[in-house]
Design a protein around this ligand. Structure first.
Ligand SMILES: [Zn+2]
Length: 155
């Protein structure tokens, strides 16, 4: 899915990496004649690319960024106490990932935009929620679960 560039850094080999709003990085190398991005080697060139979107396949795969950490969690919900906001379509804000942890029973987790996927979660299968990706949950009989939110730690 498309994710905006919010910054840049260099990796250990000094190759340029675009920092995306989702928390993932993506190499943007200038290595002619194979990869031509002369803009990346100048500060002005990089500044001009801020806000431009790149396709993030790690978001398509619902891969929680490695360096993100949990910072809050919801109460434990049961089938009859699931807030209506969770069973209707909604999304976390930019930069916020989450895990749906089922303690008992089963929960249907449906992702609708921009990818279409459905998962049946239980105590061994955690659901990963990507920022700004529209989703909903639906209890399958009795269930107990909570949602744990993740973000990039403050530098
Ligand atoms: Zn991403």
């Amino acid at each position: 899915m498309q994710r905006k560039i919010v910054g840049f850094h260099r990796d250990q080999k000094s190759d340029w990496v675009a920092d995306l709003a989702c928390g993932h990085g993506q190499h943007v190398r200038h290595n002619p004649p194979f990869e031509n991005r002369p803009w990346v080697v100048t500060e002005d060139g990089r500044a001009a690319k801020l806000g431009v979107a790149l396709n993030c396949v790690r978001c398509d795969a619902l891969e929680l960024p490695d360096d993100f950490r949990p910072y809050k969690r919801t109460a434990v919900f049961q089938a009859e106490s699931v807030p209506v906001g969770l069973t209707s379509s909604h999304a976390t804000k930019s930069g916020v990932w989450a895990k749906i942890r089922v303690l008992a029973g089963q929960l249907r987790y449906v992702v609708t935009e921009p990818i279409n996927q459905a998962f049946l979660l239980d105590s061994e299968h955690v659901g990963i929620i990507a920022p700004e990706v529209v989703h909903s949950v639906q209890p399958e009989g009795t269930v107990q679960f909570y949602v744990e939110f993740y973000r990039k730690p403050e530098a």
